[in-house]
Design a protein around this ligand. Structure first.
Ligand code: AP5
Ligand code: MG
Length: 214
């Protein structure tokens, strides 16, 4: 299964991605996670990406596209993959289509998670992430059993640098301008699966699975 998760910042892409990849046993490819890992390791890519991420702007297409092209050629993507946060511009969408058609492959579905702006801000500001395993929590909507500590691995929870009110507002604006046109792009291709991202995490997941299998 080859899937894309589309949606504004804080819509719940990462949250749903974790459950989907577990169920279908496919790799979770989050361009945001790849950049954060590179920032943590202090690589050249990380330094470059940080300049954009901290401002709430998109990393240039050529950088992102070449990372994803290489990644989907890897052995573990043979039976499918889930792209989370890629593509994010029409340019990226077309580049992905070109690459897949060269590989004689096609996307199966593009899952579009809809959530209104006010909710997105509350979700991102309250988000906490495990330093060790990357599990995502929310101080109000999805809290860990013990405050500040990951349920899965006992790691410390932290807040993303780009989860400030100001940066989130910028990220939402960037989404509206640069990413939203992809909804139309994939709707025309008959690939869109629209889901209401304001429901409960488990309800959204059940809806996605039903649509993928139905
Ligand atoms: P990225 O890491 O992809 O961030 P994003 O798109 O802004 O999305 P988020 O990760 O913030 O939100 P999410 O939808 O995953 O929500 P989550 O599940 O965590 O990208 C970061 C940056 O990297 C970009 O700004 C850009 O600079 C760069 N970048 C990345 N990809 C790029 C690309 N392709 N091109 C160019 N630049 C790129 O959930 C959010 C919170 O809500 C959590 O606390 C969660 O617990 C909670 N929650 C989730 N679902 C629910 C629910 N149903 N009910 C209540 N709470 C919920
Ligand atoms: Mg995410």
């Amino acid at each position: 299964m080859r899937l894309v998760l589309l949606g504004p910042p804080g819509a719940g892409k990462g949250t749903q991605a974790s459950a989907i990849v577990k169920k279908y046993n496919i790799p979770h490819i989050s361009t945001g996670d790849i950049f954060r890992e590179n920032i943590k390791q202090g690589t050249e890519l990380g330094k470059k990406a940080k300049e954009y991420i901290d401002k709430g702007l998109l990393v240039p297409d050529d950088i992102v596209v070449s990372i994803v092209k290489d990644r989907i050629l890897e052995e573990d993507c043979k039976n499918g993959f889930l792209l989370d946060g890629f593509p994010r511009t029409l340019n990226q969408g077309e580049a992905l289509d070109d690459e897949l058609s060269q590989m004689n492959l096609k996307l199966d579905k593009v899952i579009n998670i809809n959530v209104e702006k006010e909710v997105l801000i509350e979700r991102t500001i309250g988000r906490r992430i495990c330093k060790d395993c990357g599990a995502t929590y929310h101080i109000k909507f999805n809290p860990p059993v013990k405050e500040g500590i990951c349920d899965n691995c006992g790691g410390k929870l932290y807040q993303r640098d780009d989860d400030t009110q100001e940066t989130i507002e910028k990220r939402i604006e960037v989404y509206q301008k640069q990413t939203k046109p992809l909804i139309d792009y994939y709707t025309k291709k008959g690939l869109i699966l629209n889901v209401d991202g304001t429901k409960k995490i488990s309800e959204i997941f059940d809806e996605i699975v039903e649509a993928l299998e139905g």
